[in-house]
Design a binder for this molecule. Structure first.
Ligand code: ADP
Ligand code: MG
Length: 643
């Protein structure tokens, strides 16, 4: 970056954030964006990725569009930006149509520097109509690993970002950011985003202050209790468990044993989740026992430990979750509790989530039947469907149905749109002129009601169904849900001026192409992802059992080369402990002796002439490393593991 730009960027940093200087990688990333290069930023969680697009955004004359996967994350970021005086807003599925429209109009009028949006929104008409007017200067794709099936949070809509935004001017700059940088993800990402001569900027995955730890035990409960007692003395932390029940159980348990703690999982009301999160961040609650729903986007510097009671499916997830410890740079402990059967369990979970071809075909047929869709005909627009009916038709559980539907979606055979709340879709079938007439001539209350309704839905509603949350309609129109339904009934039946659809809390489904008699699927693409997941799990398992430096293992996995042992993890510690007194030659001495046959401890002592302390150290090291085995029934004798 030339001096002027660097200076300007630092002024912006100071002015809004109050920070003194950029981190090294941030400087390079910002430079690259300002030079107009397609930029890929790979920093670990907490590495400071946001500033890499936020600072350039403030230096460019126009709008920055930020693609972000999570509603909560978006809201947090926007709130934070507003607090420090930056004009920002977001668009996601929680907003009613008229609100989205308003924000887009504001954006067109240059009222925002940054607009956060979920990738799924890019394909909506509202967006498509407004996009050309938005003066987009920078597109930032946060959590960009969602693009890749190799990433841990694959989101199909992420793959279409480039296409959906293909109309942005040539000079629009692009930046993608993620903490997951395995070579596969990197390659996939650059390809899908069509980055040309990209600059890839990484700050590395080294975290010097983290002391990685793995404890293997058949009694994880006991180990967990002990670990938490010990860790809690250091400060705040997180325990990750897999089920809601476990979270509740353990939070209870730790409370009873004097470590104040609360559970956190998707089963709690959102207010309660906020309270827990807030108390933890601010320090009044030292321990949270959570599912992996906890943590993304949470910014707490002094988390001293992260204990995983259950093993995650991949090192990407593990690194991200465990990496929440020690963001302030002080010594902190990511601890993995592990037993061998964990791996089988996770492996089965992956396998079960991949229905075979016959099941897919059955689910597809049942779904089309439920939608009254004949073979060969097209499915005009998304519909609600009763999944319990579909499941009943073919006698499978809803859980299995769900996995099959997601696989079908991944294969592009259908689209699922999640609806959180009851919605109403309304389309006017009378012309705008007729409607105006109607409003003027109807009895005042009815006319006013219809007028309001039409204004809320906007002019697009004479062309297509506009969907709104029922609660929003009810509030704005100042009626009850029953009154709304009655009114719509009259308008659609008696007056014949509109059509409407009521949608409960469910999914919308759209079959992508004309119904096929026999499903055409590419087996490779259907089941390739399963292999990806299994492969990832394999690396996760290897991490748990390796005797190498844990940090080296992680960094190598994430694509770094030439890493040096950290000296702090459990493996490095064990090694250095033994190094004090035991050399490789010492080990060879024992191995050579045992090659003659099984020996007792006394015999080894006599043969080597070592002190009993040294002997004990050497033998227990060799047992732990599985070089030698203690003979069953006689703790005094040893044999070589492999002869
Ligand atoms: P990431 O998205 O990479 O996980 P964030 O962008 O959320 O990381 O930043 C993590 C934390 O580091 C935030 O609290 C942020 O304010 C802080 N931070 C980022 N850059 C700097 C900097 N140059 N100086 C001081 N603090 C910074
Ligand atoms: Mg981030």
């Amino acid at each position: 970056m030339d001096e002027v730009n660097l200076q300007k960027a630092e002024e912006v940093l100071k002015k809004y954030w109050g920070y003194e200087s950029f981190r090294e990688g941030q400087k390079m990333a910002i430079q690259s964006v300002l030079e107009g290069k397609d930029t890929l930023v790979l920093f670990p969680t907490g590495g400071g990725k946001s500033l890499c697009y936020q600072v350039p955004s403030l230096m460019l004359d126009g709008l920055t569009v930020v693609l972000s996967p999570l509603v909560a994350l978006m809201q947090d970021q926007v709130e934070h930006l507003k607090k420090i005086g930056i004009r920002a807003t977001f668009i996601n599925s929680t907003l009613p149509g008229y609100e989205v429209e308003q924000r887009l109009v504001n954006a067109r009028n240059g009222m925002y520097k940054m607009l956060y949006i979920a990738p799924e929104r890019l394909s909506t008409n509202l967006w498509k109509v407004e996009e050309p007017n938005l003066n987009i200067k920078l597109v930032a794709i946060d959590e960009a690993h969602c693009i890749s099936e190799w990433g841990h949070d694959f989101r199909p809509a992420y793959r279409n970002i480039r296409e959906e935004l293909s109309n942005t001017p040539e000079e629009t700059r692009w930046i993608a950011l993620t903490a997951t940088a395995t070579p596969e993800v990197r390659k996939d990402l650059l390809e899908v985003l069509k980055f040309e001569n990209p600059a890839t900027i990484t700050s590395g995955f080294k975290r010097e202050n983290l002391h990685w730890w793995v404890t293997e035990s058949e009694n994880k409960q006991k180990v967990l209790k002990k670990s938490v007692q010990k860790a809690a003395k250091l400060g705040s932390g997180i325990v990750y468990a897999s089920t809601r029940r476990d979270c509740n159980h353990w939070a209870d348990w730790f409370n009873k044993t004097g470590v104040k703690s609360e559970p956190y999982h998707a089963g709690l009301a959102s207010d309660q989740r906020k309270t827990v999160q807030h108390a933890w961040v601010e320090g009044s609650l030292p321990l949270v026992v959570a599912t992996n729903a906890f943590g993304m986007g949470i910014d707490k510097a002094d988390c001293r430990f992260v204990i995983h009671h259950t093993m995650p499916f991949s090192l990407e997830s593990y690194y991200q979750e465990a990496g929440r410890a020690g963001r302030d740079g002080k010594v902190s402990y990511p601890v993995l509790l592990f037993k061998k059967s964990d791996i089988d369990y996770l492996e089965n979970r992956i396998k079960q989530s991949y229905p075979d071809y016959e099941t897919l075909q059955k689910v597809y047929n049942a779904l089309c039947d439920e939608l009254d869709l004949a073979v060969g005909s097209e499915h005009e627009e998304p519909d609600t469907v009763s999944f319990s009916n579909v499941a009943r038709r073919i006698a499978i559980t809803e859980g299995r149905l769900n996995t099959a539907l997601h696989l079908l979606q991944r294969l592009g055979l259908l689209h699922l749109v999640e609806l959180r709340e009851p919605r109403v879709g309304i389309k006017f079938i009378a012309s705008p002129d007729y409607l105006l007439d109607f409003v003027n001539n109807a009895e005042p209350k009815k006319g006013e009601f219809l007028d309001k309704l039409y204004r809320m839905l906007g002019p697009q509603s004479v062309h297509e169904f506009i969907y709104m949350r029922e609660s929003v309609l009810v509030n704005k129109l100042e009626v009850t849900s029953r009154q709304l339904q009655k009114a719509l009934n009259v308008f659609s039946g008696y007056d014949q001026i509109l059509q409407y659809k009521w949608q409960g809390e469910t999914h919308l489904v759209q079959i992508a192409e004309a119904r096929m008699k026999k499903l055409q699927i590419d087996h490779k693409s259907a089941y390739q992802y399963k292999d990806v997941l299994l492969k990832k799990l394999e690396y996760m398992a290897r991490y748990a059992v390796t005797s190498e430096c844990r940090e080296v293992f992680l960094r190598t996995y994430f694509g770094e080369t030439d890493c040096k042992p950290c000296g702090n993890c459990d493996n490095c510690r064990a090694k250095s402990k033994r190094d004090v007194s035991i050399s490789n030659r010492d080990l060879e001495k024992i191995i050579g002796y045992l090659a003659e046959g099984d020996k007792s401890a006394r015999e080894i002592a006599e043969h080597t002439g070592w002190t009993s302390e040294k002997l004990k150290k050497a033998v227990s090291y060799m047992v732990r490393e599985e070089m030698i085995v203690v003979n069953e029934g006689n703790t005094e004798s040893y044999r070589l593991r492999i002869r």
